[in-house]
Design a protein around this ligand. Structure first.
Ligand code: ME8
Length: 538
């Protein structure tokens, strides 16, 4: 028997996470990209009627943060508090990110539980002490293998560089505690084999499998040359390696060792969204840590590609100078949420350009979608005094629309909800928008309106009902991507009154034809996508 909504509500939540971001600086377009994707995925599943838990947060320990705070003349904690409150949380609010929790790795609910987890591994003989010497990249907070380093040029001539940050690595030698990661090589390979969807996309999976097949080395999990971290519980001269600390946020935030009910109804994550720069930590170290502690493994590690600038990964040091807020103030928050998912295939790298954004905004959002919404509302106003008429003369053209909608719903639900193919899902909905535009162009309601016969009026009513009902479904399907605009459309269709809150509309029912009742009051609402102002000059 299929689970009913309420049974599902009582069961395990669909649990989605973003990386927890370093707070050495303010968030940029790249961070917002992953966080918006997670928000769309969570909202989609909420609209499937599922219980959902969406987690984001900040990664506050380690050398990178400590050095930034020192350089700014404040304590690391002060630095983190300021950045979290003044930069990170406000941006997520601005972008309408509906996260259920925000974890900070300096919170006691996290630090205590991390110590317990690591102590547990120590007690299980998974950790031992040894010394290590190797090249370390502070930007990555990771020891590098000599073979992956680049030869420096120019100001870095004669030095070895991190392949991601293109900055010199530092030679570190330390007495550290090690996690017996090498013992998990075969177990991890077996898990990847048995769970082909565990790492997405395929290219990411292949990269990880090939890396693990070479055999894993044990992992240094403590540092003793600085103290901005969580102390190793049995040896407080060491702090826990920032990545071990950070990965555990996915467990500590949902009640690990603290709230068994919450933990069991949430953990493990169904989807860990990560950038491909941090894939190995999530697809290798994290599952090995969980195996070592007897905890269940996540469903999927989904790696997004990189937003690129000038052929390089967009990062704090090579930003375009464009902040998320610069784009939202010009294009609006909803168009911003839509653009990156629409323009770049999730999992692939992609470049951003102001011109491309403007062109897509104008043709797809303003012309195709926005105009359709305003034309339909205007015609229901003009011909029927704003009262939605009933469709009494459905024919072949209407049937094609009904079928087109059913197809769009099925495609969008599979692509966004299951496959994380946001671009494909959004395109499925916009193809339907195009189909409805074509339908109106062909049916020419403005001409039919001149036919005062009962038959003519029935056709006119049918055309406008069909268009309005199509828009009702579009508002539901685009709500996870563009909540503010969808709400405007929903209000203009009078659907809030006749069908209830937009967020309560289920995706599975979006394609059931005829939900918007005749008689509903349709009003010409605010323009969904206003004409763009001139591009601001720098
Ligand atoms: O790595 N394109 O934090 P971080 C796409 N604290 N996504 C990008 C991006 C770009 N150019 N730049 C950043 C860390 N991102 C660790 C994570 S998790 C237990 C600890 C996104 O602040 C992408 O999701 O460097 C990437 O993985 C993340 O930001 C890195 O954020």
């Amino acid at each position: 028997m299929a689970a009913t909504g309420s049974e599902k509500q009582g069961g395990k939540a669909f649990y989605v996470t973003t990386p927890i971001y370093y707070v050495n600086d303010a968030p940029h377009l790249g961070h917002a990209y992953t966080t918006v994707a997670g928000d769309v995925l969570s909202r989609w599943h909420r609209q499937r009627g599922e219980k959902v838990w969406y987690l984001t947060g900040t990664d506050e320990h380690g050398q990178k943060i400590m050095r930034t705070a020192n350089a700014n003349g404040v304590s690391p904690q002060e630095w983190c508090d300021k950045l979290v409150e003044e930069a990170w949380k406000p941006l997520w609010e601005h972008l309408e990110i509906a996260n259920d929790d925000f974890i900070r790795t300096t919170q006691k609910r996290h630090t205590d539980r991390v110590q317990e987890f690591v102590q547990d591994l120590y007690d299980k003989n998974e950790i031992y002490k040894s010394s290590y010497e190797g090249p370390y990249c502070v930007g990555c907070e990771e020891y590098k293998l000599p073979g992956e380093l680049l030869d420096g040029e120019g100001e870095y001539a004669g030095q070895k560089l991190c392949p991601i940050h293109k900055k010199p690595v530092e030679l570190l030698q330390e007495e550290n505690y090690f996690f017996k990661l090498s013992e998990y090589t075969e177990k991890l390979l077996a898990h990847y084999e048995a769970n082909p969807d565990f790492i997405q996309p395929e290219s990411a999976r292949n990269e990880v499998v090939n890396f693990v097949k070479q055999g894993l080395q044990d992992l240094s999990i403590s540092r003793s040359t600085f103290d901005w971290g969580i102390p190793i519980p049995w040896d407080d001269k060491h702090v826990i390696y920032v990545w071990i600390d950070a990965l555990l946020n996915y467990a500590t935030a949902v009640g690990y060792n603290e709230n068994p009910e919450k933990f069991e109804s949430t953990f493990p994550a169904d989807v860990h969204l990560v950038g491909k720069d941090i894939l190995r930590f999530h697809a290798i170290i994290w599952p090995a840590m969980l195996m070592a502690n007897g905890l269940p493994l996540p469903g999927r590690i989904a790696a997004n590609g990189w937003l690129m600038v000038g052929g390089e990964k967009m990062s704090k040091s090579n930003l375009t100078g464009i902040k998320p807020q610069d784009l939202t103030s010009h294009f609006g928050v909803d168009a911003y949420r839509w653009y990156f998912l629409r323009a770049i295939a999730f999992g692939q790298d992609g470049s951003f350009s102001w011109e491309d954004f403007s062109a897509r905004y104008t043709s797809e959002l303003a012309n195709d979608y926005g105009n359709l919404a305003s034309r339909v509302a205007a015609m229901v106003g003009k011909y029927f005094g704003g009262e939605l008429p009933a469709a009494t003369a459905d024919g072949e053209a209407e049937k094609a629309i009904h079928d087109g909608l059913a197809h769009a719903v099925a495609q969008a639900d599979r692509k966004i909800g299951d496959e994380l193919d946001f671009q494909g899902g959004i395109l499925a909905v916009f193809d339907f928008v195009k189909q409805v535009n074509g339908y109106i162009t062909e049916q020419e309601p403005w001409k039919v309106a001149k036919d005062a016969s009962a038959e003519g009026q029935a056709r006119l009513a049918t055309i406008l009902y069909t268009a309005a009902e199509s828009l009702r479904a579009v508002a539901v399907l685009l709500n996870p991507v563009m909540p503010e605009t969808s709400q405007k459309l929903w209000d203009s269709l009078g659907a809030e009154v006749s069908l209830g809150a937009l967020a309560d509309q289920q995706i599975q029912e979006a394609g059931d034809w005829g939900r918007l009742p005749a008689g509903t009051t349709v009003t010409k609402g605010a323009v969904l996508f206003p004409r763009l102002e001139e591009k601001p000059t720098a």
